[in-house]
Design a protein around this ligand. Sequence first.
Ligand code: ATP
Length: 367
Amino acid sequence: ETALVEAPPKPILQLVGVRKTFGGFTAVEGIDLDVRAGEFLTIVGPSGSGKTTLLRMLAGMDTPSEGNITLHGELINDVPPNRRPTCLVFQSLALFPHKSVGENIAFPLKVKGVDAAARKARALELMRVVRLPESYFDKNVMKCSGGERQRVALARAFAYDPEVLFFDEPLSALDYKLKKALEKELKDLHRETGKTFIYITHSLEEAMVMSDRIGVMRAGRLVQVGTPEEIYGAPVDRFVCEFVGEVNTIKVGRGTDGVWSGRDVPGTFQVAPPRNGVATDEAFIVVRPEFMRFLGPGDTADNRLEGTVYNEYSLGSRIQYQVRVETKGAGEKVMLVELSRARALAPSADPHVTLGWDAADAFTLEG
Ligand code: ATP
């Protein structure tokens, strides 16, 4: 009997040692990345980290200075955008302002020589996919709202029937509520169409909501690629850790007895086994604010710190507390605690608190 071994999914796009320089300046370097067919991959990173440069090479608008980009195993470094089975959707959309919604969406089909009746049928179908009312077919695209135009651009991108869709911050100009709604729709669309989506943004929140995997860029390099859970729960370094959300850090050192003591705060701490292989005797314990809690009499936790609440902020459904904790030196140290509104401290509560967290809810980075 032969065992059926499932082959790992083949990458649709593969980057090996990709580098891009402008004159003497290196914008992107050392990029090795396998993009899986059908995945939603988001590249995030601060301004200037090289996201757009990377995307331009993927879309064929730029050629790598070094390294290879392959699509289905074929080298495409120098293949121009219009000869790749890919399509780019970006913030400024590039819709035809004097044409209707329907004409904009049907444009790629017209170029392909599809007849008028079939074009209209397909455009209407795509309008349903992106949730544009049928009555918009003849509406001038400039009379549509920002969010509606975004949907038109998306429907037009689908009309090309590309294998890979690239998105360059397509939602950044929209208001918060619409952005949130479109994030969820894009994720649904991705699932429904089964296409490969590669999305760039500097908004980690956007990335977290939509992506199967996230790649974090810093100064031209891809420093971590992983699921949202991996990026959030096991960041490879302090840059990723702090880029993806608020954190509490405590500097600790390991004595000859194996016990970890605070370097900046008094006390000893239980440290979770390092997920990223901390080998040194100096480390940082990192605790996300939502994994911190206030301990009442009799409550237990692996670790505790005494402090004083001096500020609280409403985050809507949650409340964030700023707590000053005792330090070893003269300096001040503030820890953040986030609780759901239902578990908020009573307004009359004593500001002197005991913070607690369990070792398994924290992670450790090399110090
Ligand atoms: P943002 O989020 O601000 O769009 P980004 O992460 O997309 O930033 P890039 O636009 O890729 O960053 O730019 C990366 C670096 O390369 C920047 O320092 C930028 O100034 C530089 N750069 C990009 N394009 C060029 C170019 N054509 N000529 C010279 N330098 C460039």
